[in-house]
Design a protein around this ligand. Structure first.
Ligand code: ADP
Ligand code: MG
Length: 634
């Protein structure tokens, strides 16, 4: 007897569900797309337990006829296409007819739907064993799909689902993005009974973005719309002002023919357009929407339909880069013009911090430890769910040192080059030895930017900013190693609005932040106040932005984060901000009595923490040979 047999439909559906319903978000996405396909204008999504316990999507769309209802949950049953070629002229999200069947194969589903507000609606309940109950329901136009106990019969899949908080955050993020892309539809999202987002009364993409990104300065947002970009293709874009950036690509949002997609091709196009406008390693916050003839894309690339293939990308990608670039540069130019008209603003921005402040190590005295500890307790209460598994925070409150503390580590004979980014690592200079640096004699300042110094055999040119940056960095790192990181309470707590994902990351890492010296207090849904911060960051102006970056980074490197890495990043940033800038006149005293002696004590006098060079030397030998003076004799 043969051993090949056709799989039972239930088993086939469970297998398909593995691809289509990867996580609770996938089910939400399918249900929301069905509602949009049914031309709903109001869509509400409620979840419990991260979507595993319950997902309920309600819409006011055209509804499902009573006789169609049992079919809707059959595999390959769809009202959207007839033949394969229809896939290439799609105007709907769905076409595979497998979403409801897949969901129903791995959960308990109830669909209530009506097509006429004056007539009774129909309710269909399914059990994953295939049994169905159908009955009457109160009149309504539209559909409610309830999904309970997702994955209850596929425990292997359930293991891949992360915490409820994480799954809820993903769903929240998705709903916000859909609301940006479909501003005509009113979306509402409720998590465990709490409404966390609604696009009610927001009628444009810009309005929704302004709500989703509280830091986006809607009045400065760059928006453009080109109807005839390339062969019947329309391009619309909304970019937050270019100084609003993120550490990850998570807020580069693309819609192609209304479909929210992920696209490494569009990533590259936007990357190229913002190149040099936005610092390396940072990403813009934007929505880009392309509308093109359906036959120019293939959406049938992956069951989840979140990837698509562009048929003729090579023909227009360069032009799209130029178009976005022009829009962004135009605005940037405008900005410069306005700034130039207001010299005070320019001056404020570019004026370096006075040397008194930047070179003085005195910091405002930390307030009594008791207050900070009280704040710490608040942080700890918030983190109570993880507190057991995390070591006690070891924040120490040491009085601020008045002078540069000696480096604990032994100064090597030849100063070492740190392992910094390849392209930025300067040639190792053999003249930079401990003895040489000890005997530097100050000559003067060049262009208020470089310090000139000499010893008997060499001329040294030192970048005052990178040198000071390195001095501060090593000092702060030393404090961190000795666990005497100082926390500084904020007189005026800084308010912070987080995305759900950032909040989830914050709660998971609250002890890490506490160890760094941060204290947060919850103020409301997604709202926190920073009540204390690491003293090294006390001069940071955009504290909220910095915390956002830390959180995005932690989320990105889910398992790698850790207090050491974050602390170092905070320190690099603080050193850069606090260090004396270029084009700043230094007093002879400051160079002779503070900067040069501190330079000799550095562990690495070659590069600043970003990898930029600090010092170069020209030997007398080189000078003699250049000027054809024969051999240099001391
Ligand atoms: P697809 O969307 O690929 O057609 P689905 O399994 O998602 O497949 O849905 C099957 C069918 O059920 C759809 O083609 C549609 O006719 C109907 N349907 C599903 N959800 C809704 C809804 N919210 N409103 C109206 N009809 C719906
Ligand atoms: Mg569908």
């Amino acid at each position: 007897m043969g051993i090949i047999h056709v799989l039972d439909e239930r088993v086939a559906n469970q297998i398909a569900a593995g691809e289509v319903i990867e996580r609770p978000l996938s089910a939400v996405k399918e249900l929301v797309e069905n509602a949009i396909d049914a031309e709903a204008t109001t869509i509400s999504v409620e979840i419990e337990g991260g979507g595993v316990d319950l997902i309920r999507v309600s819409d006011d769309g055209r509804g499902i006829l009573k006789e169609d209802l049992p079919l809707a949950i059959r595999r390959h049953a769809t009202s959207k296409i007839e033949s394969f070629n229809d896939v290439y002229k799609l105007s709907t999200f769905g076409f595979r007819g497998e979403a409801l069947a897949s969901i129903a194969a791995i959960s308990r589903v109830k669909i209530t739907s009506g097509t006429n507000p004056q007539e009774a609606a129909t309710a269909l309940e399914t059990e994953p064993n295939g049994s169905q109950k159908i009955g009457m329901a109160p009149p309504r136009k539209g559909t409610v799909v309830e999904v309970r106990d997702l994955y209850f019969n596929v425990p292997a899949r359930k293991k891949f689902v992360k915490s409820a908080g994480h799954e809820a955050a993903l769903i929240h993020d998705f709903i916000c993005k859909m609301a940006m892309g479909c501003p005509d539809i009113c979306f509402t999202f409720a998590n465990n009974g709490e409404v966390q987002f609604t696009s009610n009364n927001l009628s444009t993409t810009k309005d929704v973005m302004a709500k989703v990104y509280p830091d986006c300065e809607p009045q400065a947002m760059i928006a453009f719309h080109h109807d005839d970009f390339y062969q019947k293709m329309a391009v619309e874009g909304w970019f937050c002002p270019i100084h609003v950036t993120r550490k990850t690509r998570a807020q580069m949002v693309y819609f192609v023919n209304n479909r929210l997609i992920e696209s490494s091709e569009l990533d590259r196009i936007v990357d190229e357009a913002v190149y040099t406008l936005i610092p390396k390693g940072r990403f813009p916050v934007c929505v880009l929407r392309l509308t093109l003839p359906a036959f120019n894309i293939d959406v049938n690339v992956h069951p989840s339909k979140k990837l698509i293939k562009f048929k003729n990308l090579d023909e227009w990608k360069e032009a799209l880069v130029s178009l976005i670039k022009e829009e962004l540069w135009l605005t940037k130019l405008d900005e410069t013009i306005t700034l130039a008209n207001k010299p005070t603003v320019v001056e404020l921005d570019e004026k370096p911090m006075p040397v008194r402040q930047t070179l003085d190590f005195k910091e405002e005295a930390p307030s009594p430890a008791a207050t900070s500890l009280e704040n710490m307790m608040k942080a700890r209460v918030m983190a109570s769910s993880q507190a057991e598994s995390v070591a006690e925070p070891t924040v120490a409150y040491a009085p601020a040192p008045q002078t540069l503390p000696p480096m604990a580590t032994k100064m090597p004979d030849v100063v070492q080059v740190a392992s910094e980014p390849e392209e930025m690592t300067p040639e190792k200079d053999a003249t930079l030895t401990k003895e040489n640096l000890l005997n530097l004699e100050y000559i003067g300042q060049l262009n208020d930017t470089f310090i000139l110094a000499q010893d008997r055999k060499n001329l040294y040119i030192i970048d005052q900013h990178t040198m000071h940056e390195r001095i501060l960095y090593e000092r702060f790192m030393e404090e961190a190693r000795e666990n005497v990181i100082k926390t500084q309470p904020l007189l005026h707590p800084e308010l912070l609005t987080l995305t759900p994902m950032q909040e989830d990351t914050l709660i998971k890492n609250i002890m890490t932040f506490a160890q760094m010296g941060f204290v947060f207090e919850k103020k409301g849904p997604l709202a926190y106040a920073i009540t204390a911060l690491p003293a090294v960051l006390s001069k940071e102006k955009n504290l909220a932005g910095l915390v956002h970056d830390f959180l995005d980074e932690l989320e990105d490197n889910y398992h790698q984060g850790g207090v050491a890495k974050l602390t170092e990043e905070a320190i690099i940033l603080a050193s850069c901000k606090a260090a004396v800038k270029a084009h700043y006149k230094l007093g002879e005293d400051e160079v002779k009595n503070y900067l040069l002696p501190a330079l000799c004590r550095l562990e690495n006098a070659h590069t600043c923490p970003h990898g930029r060079p600090i010092i170069m030397s020209i030997s007398m030998n080189e000078l003699y040979s250049y000027f054809k003076r024969g051999h240099f004799n001391e």
